[in-house]
Design a protein around this ligand. Structure first.
Ligand SMILES: O=C(O)CCC(=O)C(=O)O
Ligand SMILES: [Fe+2]
Length: 301
C-alpha cells in the first residue's frame, strides 16, 4: 500500500529542510495516503482498550486516549515511521549522525484538554540540547484544537533552556508569531523539537475528538522510550533500522503518558462485559447449589 501521497513524495528534501530550518516547521496538506490512515484506524479499533486481555491495549487519561504501543499492533503505522522519505529527511537533518525513534503514539484529544505551551527537546521532563524532529499527522479533520507553533521559536528557546511556558508570557511576547494548523485527515506537520508549540484548547465543541499520530526522532542513540515491536513487521534488519528502533540500547525514558487505574475515567470501566461478569459472580455466590443444579438441568434439557 502507498504510504505517502504523490504530492508529498514530489516535494524536494531541500524544501522540507529549509522550511524547518527557517520557520521551525513544515506543513503538508494531504501528505499521507487515506487508505493507510483507514488501516491504522482499524488497527487502533481492534486494540483499543481491554482489561486482562493478553495483548496490547490503549490507555485513557482524563481528557485523552493513547495507543502508545502501536508498533506492537499496526503494521501500517510501522510502515509509515520506517518509510524511505522519513529516513531521507532524518539523514539530512541529523547531518549524518545516528538517530533514534524516541516516542510514538496514536492519540485522541477531547474537548476539555488543556495543553501548556512547551518544547519537546527533553528527557524525562528535563531540557536537553538534543536535535530532534516530530511528525504529527491528522487522522481526522481538525477545525478546532489544532496544532500551533511559534514561528522561529526553535532558534531562541535554547537561550532560556525552559521547556514550559504559560499563556500570559506567550500572549505578551509572541502572539504575532503564533501559526495555527487547522487541517484535514492526512495532513502532516514536521517540526523542530526546540520550537514552542501546543494543541490549541478546544473552545467551540466540547464533544470534539481530534485523532492524530505522533512520532519523534532524536539525534543520537542514547535516549528513547521503550518500544514494544511486533517482530513480524520487520522483514529486513540492517544497522540503520536497528539503531532507529533502539535495538540493544537502553530505553532511558518513561513511556508517555504515565497511567494506571486512577487515571481511567469511570465510564470506560463500566461496560457490558463488566456488568455481565459482576452479575455472574453475584448469582454464583447468592443462588444456593441445589437451585443452580435445577437451573442447569433445565437449560441442558
Ligand atoms: O497534539 C498536538 O497538537 C501537540 C502534541 C504535542 O505537542 C506533544 O504531544 O508533545
Ligand atoms: Fe509537544
Amino acid at each position: 500500500m502507498k504510504i505517502f501521497s504523490d504530492d508529498f513524495q514530489k516535494i524536494k528534501l531541500d524544501v522540507i529542510l529549509n522550511a524547518i530550518e527557517k520557520d521551525g516547521f513544515f506543513f503538508c496538506k494531504n501528505a499521507i495516503n487515506n487508505d493507510l490512515i483507514n488501516q491504522i484506524e482499524l488497527d487502533v479499533s481492534k486494540n483499543r482498550f481491554s482489561i486482562n486481555k493478553n495483548w496490547i491495549s490503549g490507555v485513557y487519561t482524563k481528557n485523552q486516549y493513547f495507543l502508545t504501543n502501536i508498533l506492537g499492533c499496526s503494521k501500517s503505522f510501522f510502515d509509515l515511521v520506517t518509510e524511505k522519505k522519513v529516513f531521507e529527511i532524518c539523514n539530512e537533518y541529523m547531518k549524518g549522525s545516528d538517530y533514534r525513534l524516541k516516542a510514538v503514539r496514536y492519540y485522541e484529544t477531547y474537548g476539555r484538554h488543556k495543553m501548556l505551551w512547551h518544547t519537546d527537546n527533553k528527557v524525562d521532563r528535563k531540557f536537553q540540547e538534543i536535535p530532534g524532529l516530530i511528525f504529527i499527522a491528522y487522522m481526522s479533520d481538525v477545525n478546532d484544537g489544532e496544532f500551533q507553533y511559534i514561528k522561529n521559536s526553535h532558534k531562541f528557546s535554547v537561550e532560556t533552556k525552559v521547556n514550559n511556558y504559560d499563556n500570559e508570557f506567550i500572549n505578551k511576547n509572541f502572539s504575532e508569531n503564533v501559526v495555527s494548523f487547522p487541517g484535514s485527515k492526512g495532513d502532516l506537520i514536521i517540526y523542530n523539537t526546540y520550537g514552542i508549540h501546543r494543541a490549541k484548547p478546544i473552545k467551540k465543541n466540547k464533544n470534539f475528538v481530534r485523532k492524530s499520530l505522533f512520532f519523534q526522532i532524536d539525534n543520537g542513540k542514547e535516549h528513547g522510550e521503550p518500544i514494544l515491536l511486533n517482530t513480524s513487521f520487520l522483514t529486513n534488519i540492517d544497522k540503520r533500522i536497528s539503531n532507529f528502533l533502539g535495538f540493544g540500547s537502553n530505553p532511558d525514558s518513561k513511556l508517555y503518558p504515565n497511567t494506571d487505574i486512577q487515571t481511567l475515567p469511570i465510564k470506560h470501566i463500566i461496560n457490558r462485559s463488566l456488568l455481565k461478569l459482576v452479575l455472574r459472580s453475584l448469582i454464583s455466590t447468592i443462588v444456593p447449589n441445589f437451585l443452580k443444579k435445577i437451573i442447569k438441568n433445565k437449560i441442558n434439557k
